[in-house]
Design a protein around this ligand. Structure first.
Ligand SMILES: Nc1ncnc2c1ncn2[C@@H]1O[C@H](COP(=O)(O)OP(=O)(O)OP(=O)(O)O)[C@@H](O)[C@H]1O
Ligand SMILES: [Mg+2]
Length: 531
């Protein structure tokens, strides 16, 4: 796609009113007798115990087991094979909602099984439609913000689709078009796509959405924010208006709610847990209020502790691509097994770096927000926010890379004065999850009271971010000023504060033999943040 032109500028909006639409079925939900038999008090108690809140009219009751969902026997078998013994809360309520053919908004914590909540009903939906004819596009389209997430959702579509002959194709930028087009031509009932390449194929006439009746936005708030809105509009225009639309995320900021409603019709919503912004409660959240120039030393010390743990898979988030490269270079120089991932790396490199991380050949991944949403690496134990993210939603998604599917994990966050605008939101997230609030953080939060509440530069400044694309991120905000003092005093600080433990000759020593003792609870280390 020509970056200077409007996304999808060459795409014409079909005049749906003049098209004879072939009717299709979208309600597949038949309440199981054991669900019908539950009295309202039992249902209410179940909803309360799982912290399920619903909004809208005629919402089906939740399930307590997968066999109440009326899924195909082959899907049921795959669920068993995957070892999913009971539905997670979002699945318990989200499956009947999605199967009933309604437009759905599903909001639930990171790592709580949202992918299954939309893929399983997609397969039921597909199985009931006419078979694809030659040249037909997908029946289910899943739109996601990043390439890696597209590939991951495609794996789930593959896992559940293959036993019932439901094929998928994965459409994303940075990889050769040929193989993706071949998959499309062969016929794929499910397409998982990032917006740029999808629009590209639509413009080329290689692909069409005339058969699409089940439309999913995973990470829906990210897809609707200012960075992606024009592409999303273009894509939605190409799909028949009586489609079923489903939106999923762990966060649902009010800035996108109204916009979302433009794409939804008489929708129903389910929230799991708190209705305000909230993190997964299985994560121990530690916030270290520090100065910019202290971060590298602190990171070194922290890694020294973490790497002595048996389970030590760690993801480190930075604000910029440049910082990812810089940290990886320094860490490698000092012998840490680290690799980096960001939007300026070739797709091939992104894929092998992630594969190495998943396969534990490289236990430390340094990343921009390209890795903050949706990625499911089951054994990540630690998340480190080297730079505080642009928004509190990003914070929740980033730390959600740990503690997946009921596991626990620890998140460390370096928070500087430059981030103080975000302190109030962060304190609220910490309190909601019953975490200790660092008094210095509380001080920042207090000093920003009365300054108009939530501040999110990403919503306010035109949506620049470090996601997948090729635009370079801004270097403003959190990094200002700190780098100078780091250059001036970094190394002396290392040796004075962690006396003797830094490696001689190391460019940013201090972490090699810092006295860690393993075995802290909840996977945390002995690292003591500056409080
Ligand atoms: N019912 C279940 N029982 C056990 N494990 C499950 C169940 N459903 C899903 N899982 C597993 O939980 C993990 C997380 O699922 P998934 O990636 O769908 O979470 P998510 O809610 O989409 O998270 P995020 O907000 O980060 O995208 C996956 O490894 C998945 O296989
Ligand atoms: Mg997900």
């Amino acid at each position: 796609m020509n970056k200077n032109s409007q996304p999808g500028g060459r795409l014409r909006r079909p005049d749906w009113s003049s098209v004879q639409l072939v009717p299709f079925r979208k309600n597949f939900y038949q309440e199981h007798p054991s669900v019908t038999a539950r009295n309202p008090q039992e249902v209410a108690a179940f909803l309360a115990s799982k912290e399920i809140t619903v909004k809208g009219t005629n919402i089906p009751n939740p399930l307590s087991s997968f066999d109440q969902a009326g899924l195909l026997p082959a899907i049921q078998q795959t669920i068993q094979k995957a070892g999913w013994s009971t539905p997670t809360p979002i699945q318990a309520q989200g499956l009947p909602m999605a199967l009933s053919g309604r437009d759905v908004v599903g909001i639930a914590q990171t790592g709580s099984g949202k992918t299954g909540s939309f893929i399983l009903p997609a397969i039921v939906h597909i199985a009931a439609q006419q078979r694809l004819a030659r040249g037909d596009g997908p029946i289910c389209l899943v739109v996601v913000p990043t390439r890696e997430l597209a590939q991951q959702v495609a794996e789930v579509a593959q896992q559940f689709g293959v036993p019932v002959n439901v094929r998928n194709c994965c459409v994303y930028g940075g990889a050769p078009k040929g193989p993706q087009l071949r998959d499309i031509e062969r016929g794929a009932e499910i397409c998982i796509a990032t917006p740029g390449r999808l629009i590209d194929f639509l413009e080329m006439g290689k692909f069409n959405l005339r058969r699409t009746t089940y439309l999913v936005f995973d990470e829906a708030d990210r897809m609707l924010d200012m960075g992606f809105e024009p592409q999303i509009r273009k894509i939605v225009e190409q799909i028949r208006p009586d489609r079923q639309v489903l939106m999923w995320s762990a966060t649902w900021p009010k800035e996108v709610r109204q916009l979302a409603e433009e794409f939804l019709h008489d929708y129903i919503q389910v929230n799991i847990g708190a209705l305000q912004l909230s993190a997964n409660h299985m994560i121990l959240q530690i916030v270290d209020v520090c100065a910019e120039h202290e971060k590298e030393t602190k990171l070194g010390k922290l890694l020294g502790d973490i790497m002595q743990e048996k389970d030590n898979k760690t993801i480190i988030f930075t604000e910029t691509k440049k910082k990812v490269d810089e940290l990886v270079r320094k860490m490698k120089y000092d012998g840490w097994p680290a690799k980096g991932i960001h939007g300026d790396k070739s797709q091939q490199e992104r894929e092998w770096v992630l594969a190495d991380f998943k396969g534990s050949r490289t236990p430390i991944l340094v990343a921009t927000d390209v890795a903050s949403r949706g990625l499911d690496v089951s054994d990540i134990k630690f998340v480190i926010n080297f730079d505080y993210p642009q928004s509190s939603e990003d914070y929740v998604h980033r730390i959600g890379r740990t503690a997946r599917a009921g596991a626990s994990g620890t998140a460390y966050t370096f928070f500087t004065q430059n981030n103080s605008k975000q302190a109030k939101d962060l304190v609220e997230v910490l309190r909601e999850a019953n975490q200790t609030v660092n008094p210095k953080l509380q001080m920042y939060a207090d000093s920003f009271r009365g300054f108009g509440g939530r501040q999110r530069s990403r919503w306010g400044n035109g949506g620049s971010s470090s996601y997948g694309g090729s635009s370079s991120s801004s270097y403003g905000g959190a990094r200002g000023g700190g780098s100078d003092s780091r250059r001036g005093g970094g190394d002396s600080r290392v040796s004075s504060s962690y006396g003797g433990s830094s490696r001689s000759g190391s460019r940013w020593g201090g972490y090699s033999s810092a006295g860690a003792s393993a075995g802290a609870t909840n996977g945390s280390t002995t690292y003591q943040p500056d409080r």
